[in-house]
Each structure stands twice: as structure tokens, then as C-alpha cells.
Design a protein around this ligand. Structure first.
Ligand SMILES: C[S@@+](CC[C@H](N)C(=O)[O-])C[C@H]1O[C@@H](n2cnc3c(N)ncnc32)[C@H](O)[C@@H]1O
Length: 303
């Protein structure tokens, strides 16, 4: 690594212990997938649409020391993020695309690329939606004997439905999608009067449809106010479980292989944070079997 890059490398602090669970699922899947597909003559591709820096820094309360009395201090722990996990997967992917829109994180990714001169790493600075759609639409994946895995790991509701649909159309990519349930909750308030145009647009973009509105909201009739007068009001009638089922069905509408029941990740207070979905775009029975045998095992172990 050059000194210049070393100096400018940024720390990426994000996530919780649930982040480790998510990354463990990815790590286990990539390892087993790579072994399974290495017996066949496919070019194995990995795409990280929200790559970060390649590493994850977390601060944890330090263990108390008898000698220097460091009660209340914190330890900084750095562990591999998704990009480094993919790069270190053995047997190695033939090609890895790392997409990131933050220039400082891109510098960190370039520094990591220097650590692995023998890997074919393509670092793209730009918007994940534009880049993923470009990559997916550019190749005849099946004809060119390309197979792979894509990881969608946004902070929130950044992934557009057009991107999801372009992945599904490759019929060659398996997709891990960290789906932001808490983002949905914020954008779909119980009281629809709080549903402003920004929230409606965000939901339409994530789902590629506005049908969530009629499926999630209903009019409650015959309610009485404090004075005993009757009134009707529209409310969101679905909870996190129902919303997750709805998202599952929506993903199934485009992924011709399968979409598995997701792993639910939670905030420290127990509130739903995200659902980790696994979807197979390849409709071939053999491909679905390989992918789901591995992923089912991982998702069940993660629950
Ligand atoms: C949750 S972090 C990803 C963490 C990463 N997968 C890891 O394990 O290290 C989300 C990343 O997406 C980037 N990002 C946010 N919006 C983006 C966009 N529209 N296009 C590309 N990257 C984006 C952020 O800068 C951030 O690094």
C-alpha cells in the first residue's frame, strides 16, 4: 500500500452485533457457493453494490484492567466488511465489482485492492442503482457462462425496484438483500395524513408500484370520538410481519428461481431493523437446489 493511500484511508463505523450476523451469512454463502461452482466451467462474479471501505470499525466497552484501571474506556475493533470477505473467499471469484458513491471510501477500497494484486477487482465510484443496472444489462449472463452473487447492503431505502428487476433478469445472479424494515416503518406511518409526497415517492421507488398503499392501509369505520360522534379514519393495518410477507411476495414476482424466508435482524431494543432476503434469479432446478441447499442452512443457523 502506498503511504498516500494509508494516510487517507477512512474508518467506516457502522452496525451492531446484528451486522456481524448479516456478514456471517454472506461469508458462509460465498465460501460454499465458490466451492460448489468451482467444479463447473462458469466465470464466478461477485458484485458489492454498497461496498463501504472493505472494513468495519466498531467501538466496544473495554474489559476492565486490574493494572491501569481503564474502567469506562472503549476498544476499537476492526473486522472485515463485505468487500474484504468477498476478496478473501476461496476459491477466489474470477471478478469482483465494488461499487461505492463516497469518494473517501473509494480511496480505502483502492488501498485494499493494492493488498490483493492477484485479484481482478473493479472499483466503481458512483451510484449503486446506475452501476448495477449497467452491469446487469450489459452481458448475456447465461450465454457467456457467467454466474455470481450480488450483495445489496444499503443504509436505508436506496435500492430502486429497477435495480432489483435488472438483477432478476440476469437469471444468473443470487442476491442477498438487506431490506430496511425500519426505513419502511418511517416512510409508512400508521396515520396516512403523515404520508407526505417524499415518503410516497420513496416507497414507490423501492417497490416499483404504488399497490402497497391499498394493501397496507384501510378505512376503519364507525369509530366514536370523545363526544360520541361517529367517524371513519384510514390507518395502516399491517405490522412488520405482514410487511415482510408483502415484500417477500413482491420479490417472488420477479425472481424466477426462488426467494427464501428472510432472516429478521433487530435493533438493540428488539424493534425490527431489517430482513435479510436471499433470492435466486436462475430458474434452472439444479441452480435453485445448489443455492437453496446452502442458503437455507445458513439462514436457519442464523435464526
Ligand atoms: C451499510 S454500508 C455498506 C457496508 C458494507 N457492505 C460492508 O459490509 O462493509 C452502505 C454503504 O453504501 C454507500 N452508499 C449509500 N448510498 C449509495 C449509493 N446510492 N450508491 C453507492 N453507494 C452508496 C455508503 O457510502 C456506505 O458505504
Amino acid at each position: 500500500m502506498s503511504e498516500g493511500l494509508k494516510e487517507t484511508r477512512v474508518k467506516h463505523e457502522f452496525g451492531s452485533s446484528e451486522t456481524e450476523r448479516k456478514l456471517d451469512c454472506l461469508r458462509s454463502y460465498l465460501a460454499a457457493y465458490s466451492v460448489a461452482l468451482s467444479k463447473q466451467s462458469f466465470a464466478r462474479i461477485y458484485i458489492d453494490a454498497f461496498a463501504g471501505t472493505g472494513d468495519r470499525t466498531e467501538t466496544r466497552a473495554a474489559l476492565p484492567s486490574f493494572f491501569n484501571g481503564n474502567v469506562g474506556s472503549v476498544d476499537e475493533i476492526t473486522t472485515p466488511g463485505s468487500a474484504r470477505i468477498a476478496i478473501e473467499t476461496a476459491p477466489a471469484f474470477h471478478s469482483i465489482a465494488l461499487i461505492e458513491n463516497d469518494p473517501e471510501k473509494v480511496i480505502a477500497l483502492r488501498a485494499i485492492a493494492e493488498e490483493y494484486p492477484n485479484r481482478r477487482l473493479h472499483i466503481r465510484e458512483g451510484d449503486a442503482n446506475a452501476e448495477v443496472q449497467r452491469i446487469c444489462n450489459r452481458y448475456s449472463w447465461k450465454k457467456e457462462r457467467m454466474r455470481g452473487v450480488i450483495f445489496l447492503d444499503p443504509y436505508g431505502m436506496e435500492v430502486s425496484w429497477d435495480t432489483v428487476a435488472s438483477i432478476a433478469r440476469t437469471e444468473a445472479l443470487d442476491c442477498w438483500y438487506f431490506f430496511p424494515l425500519s426505513g419502511l416503518y418511517r416512510n409508512a406511518p400508521k396515520d396516512p395524513l403523515k404520508l407526505d409526497q417524499g415518503k410516497i415517492d420513496a416507497l414507490n421507488r423501492v417497490f416499483g408500484t404504488d399497490s402497497w398503499r391499498q394493501d397496507w392501509y384501510a378505512t376503519e369505520e364507525g369509530l366514536t370520538d370523545l363526544l360520541g360522534d361517529l367517524f371513519n379514519r384510514e390507518r395502516r393495518i399491517v405490522d412488520a410481519d405482514k410487511i415482510e410477507e408483502w415484500v417477500h411476495a413482491r420479490l417472488k414476482s420477479v425472481f424466477k428461481g426462488t426467494v427464501l424466508k428472510p432472516l429478521r435482524l433487530k435493533h438493540a431494543n428488539g424493534a425490527p431493523m431489517a430482513s435479510l432476503f436471499f433470492a435466486v434469479s436462475n430458474p434452472s432446478k439444479a441452480a435453485v437446489k445448489v443455492a437453496t441447499d446452502i442458503a437455507n442452512h445458513i439462514l436457519k443457523a442464523g435464526i
